[in-house]
Design a protein around this ligand. Structure first.
Ligand code: PGA
Ligand code: ZN
Length: 423
């Protein structure tokens, strides 16, 4: 049974405060979880509770959320069986009482939910991926490594937020990490040689002064080749334009490029990129409020490329089901803090898998050293993870955890490879 629940304030990777929770069980088992935070958030995400006092932390304080952990949420959790994750999460949701977790804060609730799962795993002396995923959990995900940052994650003029490499042709996860690292360092040299800055953005990718997606993709393809890999065979390209961020008044406003595109022109542009480059997956190709655009693009792309919904679904099972029923993409991004409990996030994964959709487990742009999502990717067997570039410890911590998991699984480990992606 849960004997103590303690919240605290720690720093995230942007230097903002976030919630960390310790859950202790009667046998002394401890679970600890820190909550991430997004910058380009979906409108329908569960509510991250911030104090809003401009005199402290520029309004981003989480003192009230921490207090809710120590008082109301602790009162709900104390004495409960940590093994009953669904029961605990339902009780936490009921205690909050709002549809968006706005009263107690999704950040407070998620911290308790994840810490309880880790405590239960510890009590069973099992790694988290095994506790949640059972003995069959042995599929290592293809990492989507975000090596060029733009949009809300960097100060450069790039309109698209993320340009990623996915080592689909690797034999193991460890090899995928090596390939990614080699390409990352090759890209660094190429950018330097071209006179660009090699400072990194929020997710550890470079943030050069580029304007167009073509320029960014050309640099990435060149780095893949110069590092000795075959674009499209060894390495697939992945983009997250984060299109909701620049969709205004029915138009996609490319401020960096200085071009405005109608939904149809924006879709034409994306299809041109998908056809001209070895793009295997695009996340949020269309804005969350442009469902017509989403459906048109999904029909036009017709399985040539994975189309992953982030802002449009917000890890919400009900929104996902609607999307599945109406042809909005073929894949869902899962961010635990978009929905606020582990049980709900796993419910979304299950609904996607039952529909034959793929799932990408994802970090947020504001992260911590917490590596829960690495275990979640293996536990769900989803075969894909998005957790940033090959720099910044908040990103590499997840890759390092997956390296440990692959080592622990030994010869039973399987690397997802190309087959993980929807098409
Ligand atoms: P966020 O963005 O974590 O800043 O919301 C990540 C994404 O759009 O995938
Ligand atoms: Zn996204």
């Amino acid at each position: 049974a849960i004997t103590s629940v303690t919240g605290r304030r720690v720093l995230d990777s942007r230097g903002n405060p976030t919630v960390e929770v310790d859950v202790e069980l009667a046998d002394g088992s401890l679970g600890r979880a820190a909550v991430p935070s997004g910058a380009s958030t979906g409108a329908r995400e569960a509510v991250e509770l911030r104090d809003g006092d401009p005199a402290r932390w520029h309004g981003k304080g989480v003192d009230r959320a921490v207090q809710h952990v120590d008082t109301e949420l602790a009162a709900v959790a104390l004495g409960r069986d940590a093994e009953d994750q669904a029961g605990l999460d339902a009780a936490l949701i009921a205690a909050d009482g709002t549809p968006t977790k706005a009263r107690l804060g999704a950040n407070a609730i998620l911290g308790v939910s994840l810490a309880a799962a880790k405590a239960a795993a510890a009590a069973h002396r099992l790694p988290l991926y095994r506790w949640l995923g059972g003995a069959d959990a042995r599929l290592l995900p293809v990492p989507m490594m975000n090596i060029v940052n733009g949009g809300a994650h960097a100060d450069n003029p790039l309109d698209f937020q993320e340009f990623m490499i996915a080592p689909i042709g690797a034999a193991t996860f460890a090899e995928a990490v090596r390939m990614g690292s080699e390409i990352f360092h090759t890209l660094r040299r190429d950018l330097l040689a071209a006179g660009h800055s090699t400072g990194v953005g929020d997710e550890g990718g470079f943030a050069p002064d580029l304007r167009t997606a073509e320029e960014a993709l050309d640099f990435v393809v060149a780095a893949v080749e110069r590092a000795g890999y075959r674009p499209g065979t060894d390495i697939g390209l992945v983009m997250d334009p984060a299109s909701s961020e620049f969709f205004r008044d029915g138009v996609y406003d490319y401020a960096g490029e200085g071009v405005r595109r109608t939904p149809a022109e924006h879709a034409d542009h994306l299809i041109k990129l998908i056809d001209a480059y070895p793009v295997v997956s695009v996340e949020d190709p269309m804005a969350e409020d442009d469902l017509d655009g989403w459906r048109d693009l999904t029909a036009r792309v017709g399985g040539r490329c994975q189309l992953t919904g982030d802002d449009v679904f917000c890890t919400d099972e009900a929104l996902l089901r609607e999307g599945i029923a109406t042809g909005v993409g073929n894949s869902v991004l899962v961010k635990v803090n978009q929905i606020g409990t582990l049980t709900e996030a796993l419910g979304t994964v299950g609904a996607a898998h039952r529909a034959g959709w793929t799932v990408v487990i994802s970090h947020r742009s504001g992260e911590t050293e917490d590596t829960t999502i690495a275990d979640l990717a293996v536990a769900t067997g989803c075969g894909q993870i998005k957790t940033g570039s090959l720099s910044r410890s908040d990103r590499t911590a997840k890759y390092n955890q997956l390296l440990r998991i692959e080592e622990e699984l030994g010869s039973t480990a399987q690397y997802a490879g190309t087959s993980a992606l929807a098409r």
